[in-house]
Design a protein around this ligand. Structure first.
Ligand SMILES: [Zn+2]
Length: 413
């Protein structure tokens, strides 16, 4: 067969996805496969078995990143890499992350059964803890590999029950021996659901983002004064939750005050002691700011911080803010982005040049080698929720696009 005519097996891709969706399945049709839990281990074990079935050389590094390498005519050349993540949000969907890993696996199975030889090796990857839902921040596996984050810092991160990242990595048997440090990669593709409404609205099947917005994460800690709610008059209270409430609305209004090109969200809050008859004395909440313009995002945070200080002072609730994570906006390699659009054209899939509002391991990979992503539509634009869905036809179209983008790169000498 001419390699131009090669197509993935859509049914097999669907079966792999459905198999994985059983691991950590939730009653609402989603998955809960938080990083370094027993469910994560089960998914990893199955993935490694599937890599071995097509005789890939499997390597696990000190951060638990899993690589599978398909040899080539010239094994000394840096490989084409493709993959994503298998962990999920607490009530996450069946497509986020896993589609990019299973999609790449399907590409490799297709090459294998058609005995396609490539000039460059191809490496599939599953990055550890992309979501950052159990251990913050997100994208630590790729971040440490790319040299943007410290391994020991990542190891020391704790979950809500004070379990250490490294201990959990050892517990599930995935603290590998290979050094977690970048090695030469020719280029990186990441296939992912869009997680937004644009492709569906525009009636396109394939999206090629020109890059990823910057991501800034902050943690805010407020101190109040606890007291019995009945006998304590309203005047003179130091209610940390009320201070937080005022601040949260400031976050929500921020994009409008900054004239757009920005989204800002408070997604997590802890209130102490969280009792109906005690004035709250400790509140922690998170702030997430994203923009295509890093400076714009920083100015927005500065404005917010001044307002937080004012609210905290007025309400007598001392405030502490922490910058937890910062990833710069990331414009992808134009040649690779163009290639994805061209491949989609050749395969007859309507396509769109767009921007990614979600963070991905591709952000860190983009600091190491030419990088691009392939998006397929999210039904209703919903993601990180149990109803997250993408049609099987679109999953197959994305995998075919990935197949030919990878092939073109892997045949370059
Ligand atoms: Zn993802």
């Amino acid at each position: 067969m001419q390699s131009k005519e090669l197509r993935v097996n859509g049914q097999r891709l669907r079966e792999s996805m459905e198999h994985m969706a059983k691991i950590g399945a939730t009653p609402g049709g989603g998955v809960q496969r938080l990083a370094l839990t027993d469910e994560d281990k089960q998914a990893r074990d199955l993935f490694v078995r599937w890599l071995n079935d097509i005789e890939l050389g499997v390597t696990i590094d000190e951060m638990g990143n899993i690589f599978g390498r398909r040899p080539s005519r010239n094994n000394s050349l840096p490989p084409v890499m493709s993959g994503s993540h298998m962990d999920s949000q607490p009530s996450g969907g069946r497509f986020d992350g896993i589609l990019g890993v299973m999609g790449t696996l399907e590409v490799l199975r297709t090459l294998d059964e058609n005995q396609v030889e490539t000039e460059r090796p191809i490496t599939i990857v599953d990055w550890t803890n992309e979501e950052g839902a159990r251990f913050s921040p997100a994208m630590v596996g790729s971040g440490v590999w790319a040299g943007a984050l410290e391994k020991d810092w990542a190891y020391s991160r704790t979950d809500i029950n004070d379990n250490r990242f490294e201990d959990e990595l050892i517990r599930i048997g995935y603290k590998g021996k290979a050094a977690c440090a970048q090695w030469p990669v020719y280029c990186y593709y990441e296939y992912h659901i869009e997680q937004g409404p644009i492709l569906e609205r525009e009636q396109k099947i394939i999206g090629a983002p020109k890059g990823i917005v910057c991501l800034h994460w902050y943690d805010v800690y407020l101190e109040g004064e606890a007291n019995q709610v009945g006998p304590t008059p309203m005047e003179g209270r130091h209610d940390a939750l009320c201070a937080a409430a005022e601040m949260i609305l400031k976050v929500n209004e921020l994009p409008e005050r900054m004239h757009g090109n920005l989204v800002a969200t408070v997604g997590e809050i802890q209130n102490h002691p969280n009792s109906r008859n005690i004035i709250p004395d400790k509140v922690h909440f998170t702030v997430d700011i994203r923009s295509w313009d890093d400076d714009h995002a920083l100015r927005a945070w500065e404005l917010l911080r001044e307002e937080f200080e004012e609210i905290a002072a007025r309400r007598g609730c001392p405030i502490k803010t922490e910058e937890t994570w910062k990833v710069q906006h990331s414009p992808f390699d134009e040649k690779l982005v163009r290639r994805i659009l061209d491949v989609a054209d050749q395969l007859g899939y309507p396509n769109l040049h767009m921007v990614s509002g979600a963070g991905h391991d591709a952000s860190y990979m983009n600091q190491v080698c030419p990088t691009a992503m392939i998006f397929v539509p999210s039904i209703g634009g919903r993601s990180h929720v149990e109803v997250e869905n993408t049609s099987w036809e679109d999953c197959e179209a994305g995998a075919n696009t990935l197949l030919h983008a990878i092939l073109q790169s892997a045949q370059e000498g």
